[in-house]
Design a protein. Structure first.
Length: 149
């Protein structure tokens, strides 16, 4: 059971950066649609590697590519990204520290993660995060989130 959960986490977190759409493709087709930004700050214990982020809706949370996928260098123990052109709605964010730059979350042979990960609302459950715990509302104004790993 634990191995299945960890494999699910691996697949989702690893695939979202590879399949993510760039921010420019997320511009609303309706020019009258109001969009905003979500800035995410993450403290990181090591400046080695990068942090990979994914922005999800309930429809694609933990199952497919995110609406937007971003990657950040780590500077002075912190990684920061800004998701742009986000329409008001309900979202969740997942991220992981890609220490070795292979664009996927790595695991021990027993299925335990080697690389740290985090989820919006700082959900720290044993197993994959749940939408009901990780989601947050985006309104018309810019939003800043601090997520820990």
């Amino acid at each position: 059971m634990m191995k299945t959960i960890l494999v699910t986490i691996t697949i989702v977190l690893s695939s979202f950066i590879l399949n993510a759409q760039d921010a420019d493709s997320m511009i609303a087709e309706d020019a009258t649609s109001e969009t905003t930004t979500i800035t995410v700050n993450v403290p990181v214990k090591s400046d080695k590697g990068t942090v990979i982020f994914g922005l999800f809706t309930e429809d694609n949370f933990m199952s497919s590519a995110p609406l937007q996928g971003l990657e950040s260098e780590i500077v002075d123990g912190k990684a920061t990204v800004t998701f742009e052109n986000v329409t008001p709605g309900t979202y969740a964010i997942t991220l992981f520290h890609d220490k070795n730059g292979n664009k996927k979350m790595d695991f021990e042979p027993n299925g335990m993660p080697i690389e740290m990960y985090g989820v919006s609302n700082n959900v720290m459950s044993m197993g994959p995060p749940q939408w009901s715990e990780a989601n947050f509302e985006v309104k018309g104004e810019p939003l800043t989130l601090d997520i820990i790993m």
